[in-house]
Design a protein around this ligand. Structure first.
Ligand SMILES: [Zn+2]
Length: 248
């Protein structure tokens, strides 16, 4: 199903007014969206094509930064309702940032649930297939809007992206854990002028891992991942402020 034909009657009614999802009257706006057993809380601030996502429940620094940010910046923020990185599916689990394609989800399910039979994997995949397009339709920004996903890490770094990145700017080689990952060359050009590390991944040739960045890149959606070390809230806020001040 494409984004266009996934539209609801409500989308259609408000499309005529030039409104987007965030432009719905407050009483029509959904407060949450779910995929399989995973639920996301939705927070709105005014009307804007900006979208924000916090998707890993154990990355509490990113959650705190986004909770404050959405109060003073227009857009729609999605918060996963989980305290842990992985979320339940069937009688097993999945990394929520691996459920955005069937192919990527299959690999992640097999890895996280090694005792599962093929039938159990297929059943979970079918459940994910049933809600994936609706979730993507809701989270991905309209038109030329931008989706910003906030993450924290404890070891992962920009250097891990080096083999698959098309372009890379290392302004802070001594702090590889803090970086932007984007899917559009125009955004890369801007972010590369920042004092921070940045990578561009627009045409990734590596196998689809089911992450939202890959899905966004494949659909031509403007997406930026903002990674900092867990606990470094000031740093994440600083980088997010830089992005807001420079990316239209
Ligand atoms: Zn994460």
């Amino acid at each position: 199903m494409t984004r266009a034909n996934a539209s609801t009657r409500r989308d259609f009614l408000f499309a005529g007014l030039g409104a987007t999802f965030s432009g719905w009257p407050p009483w029509h706006r959904p407060k949450e969206i779910e995929l399989a057993e995973t639920r996301f809380r939705i927070v709105y601030n005014g009307r804007s094509a900006r979208r924000y996502l916090w998707i890993h429940g154990d990355e509490q620094t990113a959650r705190e930064v986004l909770e404050k940010h959405i109060v003073s910046h227009k857009g729609v923020a999605f918060f996963i309702e989980s305290q842990t990185r992985d979320v339940p599916v069937g009688n097993g689990k999945i990394d929520p940032n691996r459920m955005f394609s069937r192919y990527g989800a299959a690999a992640n399910l097999r890895s996280l649930n090694p005792t599962w039979s093929r039938a159990e994997v297929d059943e979970a995949l079918d459940e994910l297939d049933g809600g994936r397009e609706k979730l993507l339709h809701t989270i991905l920004p309209p038109d030329d809007g931008l989706l910003v996903a906030l993450h924290n890490n404890t070891g992962y770094s920009v250097l891990s992206e080096k083999p698959i990145a098309e372009r890379m700017s290392l302004k802070e080689p001594g702090n590889p854990h803090a970086f932007f990952l984007c899917t559009k060359a125009a955004d890369y050009e801007v972010l590369a002028k920042s004092p921070y590390n940045v990578v561009l991944e627009q045409y990734v040739r590596a196998p689809d891992d089911g992450s939202l960045s890959r899905r966004a890149a494949a659909r031509g959606v403007r997406y930026v991942n903002l990674e900092v070390r867990l606990g470094e809230a000031d740093r994440q806020r600083q980088m997010l402020d830089w992005l807001e001040a420079h990316l239209g």
